[in-house]
Design a protein around this ligand. Structure first.
Ligand SMILES: Nc1nc2c(c(=O)[nH]1)N[C@H]1C(S)=C(S)[C@@H](COP(=O)(O)O)O[C@H]1N2
Ligand SMILES: [Mo]
Length: 419
């Protein structure tokens, strides 16, 4: 069989072995569940019970849903910041782990027994699954929703494929990992320079090179390289959620640092979509703009001045995008629960907010708890000034802990549901 081996690479690094693979594996075993759980929470946060454009229909893969809370206001900022931030930080570790097991991925002959064929298939789903999640996640961050919403469904379905393979892989490999970790001392490795670096003991799993080359880097060097890569990604990502001086370093998040009005004024904070690209008639947001409230039997209509004459409430709330970036500002406007009462539905079961914009952002459904939260606003202003056109003038929704995408801008109407 060896005779027919295609020209596959020969792996000769003296660093490969069960210990090194187990170190990367342990990091991923500790951190990936956080990425997975926060990702699934994001699905719930989007309110799948309402069959909205986002998250869209995921068929049999839907989870039992629950009403996403509106308290604490930073909840989605935290969960989604962790999901995207930790997901990005782990990319160097995933690549290092793949490198460390490369001899097995390129093993020859490809299939030796039915059991081994099954194992290889599960590895294909595992490796393919995580690479797919990384690529779709990155594309979503880089291009937002340019390609419509297929990314969301693809990322969600891919997550389940990966999750299944991940659980099987952990169940099969956990004892190997524990043994691998025990086979060497981390503290000793961290004190071993390149010159003293020796291959691990030959192992039946086939990770250790049969003909190892001389070391060009120590194990501690390899760990520092991967850890340094993760740290670099962390520094370049953290600013998108934490803001402040780190924001300008968030080069991986193109829109997370763009500002609508780069003038340091009240409307100078990140914006995904500017008014100019929405296709909304400029006249529609001018003096003739009206807000329609429905649900109570009769239509209740406001112009901007009469809305501004209603009791105003101010709250400092984040807008947290699914892409991981967030921005916290001080918003002023009319409480959604006051609008519900004005519409004649003082205890609404939910509300459908509609925008002047067409397409996937045309409407969003809020739960009863989100409408009734005392800080849930139809904002007319931000940081003491009227909303700029890019931030949703004349009025936008801002609800605590709501995924950014449902904080509808350029609102046209709100329908309060009584059941
Ligand atoms: N009408 C409308 N509302 C919208 C959007 C939009 O494109 N159109 N973008 C949403 C998204 S994805 C986010 S994260 C928040 C903040 O987006 P912004 O940065 O474009 O203001 O507004 C949401 N509201
Ligand atoms: Mo977003």
């Amino acid at each position: 069989m060896e005779r027919h081996r295609p020209p596959l690479p020969r792996f000769r690094s003296p660093l490969r072995g069960p210990w090194l693979t187990s170190v990367f594996g342990a990091v991923l075993l500790a951190a990936l569940p956080v990425v997975i759980v926060t990702g699934l929470l994001s699905y719930a946060a989007y309110g799948p019970q309402f069959g909205q454009a986002i998250p869209g229909d995921v068929g049999v893969l839907h989870l039992p849903w629950f009403d996403w809370p509106a308290t604490p206001s930073w909840l989605y900022r935290l969960t989604q910041g962790l999901h995207v931030g930790l997901g990005l930080v782990l990319v160097p570790v995933v690549l290092a782990k793949l490198w460390s097991v490369a001899p097995k991925l390129f093993g020859w002959p490809p299939v030796r027994s039915p059991a081994q064929a099954l194992e290889r298939l599960s590895l294909l789903l595992l490796v393919g699954g995580i690479l797919f999640e990384i690529v779709t996640g990155l594309l979503n961050i880089q291009y937002d929703y340019v390609f419509g919403f297929s990314f969301y469904a693809a990322h969600y379905v891919g997550a389940w494929v990966f999750l299944g393979a991940f659980v099987a892989h952990v169940a099969l490999k956990l004892p190997h990992m524990v043994r691998g970790l025990r086979s060497r001392s981390l503290r000793r490795e961290l004190r071993t320079p390149t010159a003293a670096t020796r291959p691990e003991e030959p192992d039946p799993s086939g990770l250790v090179a049969p003909e190892p080359a001389a070391p060009t880097i120590s194990r501690r060097g390899a760990l520092a390289l991967v850890g340094g890569g993760s740290l670099l990604v962390a520094v370049l990502t953290a600013g998108q959620t934490l803001g402040g001086p780190l924001r300008s370093l968030a080069v991986l998040l193109p829109r997370g640092r763009n500002s609508a009005a780069a003038d340091g004024g009240p409307n100078d904070f990140p914006v995904n979509k500017t008014f100019g690209v929405t296709g909304i008639e400029p006249g529609a947001v001018g003096a003739t703009w009206r807000l329609d409230l429905t649900g109570g039997g009769t239509l209740v209509r406001f112009d901007r001045d009469s809305l501004a004459a209603q009791p105003q409430h101010t709250a400092t709330l984040p807008i947290a995008c699914v892409e991981g970036w967030s921005t916290t500002q001080t918003w002023t406007g009319v409480r959604l629960r006051d609008l519900a009462a004005l519409a004649g539905v003082p205890e609404p079961a939910g509300a459908v907010v509609r925008s002047l914009e067409n397409g996937p952002f045309a409407q969003a459904t809020l739960t009863s708890g989100q409408v009734l939260h005392p800080d849930a606003l139809l904002a007319l202003g931000v940081n003491g000034a009227p909303l700029s056109p890019d931030h949703g003038h004349p009025a936008r929704v801002v609800v605590p802990a709501l995924p950014g995408v449902h904080n509808t801008k350029w609102v046209r109407s709100i329908e309060f549901r009584s059941s």
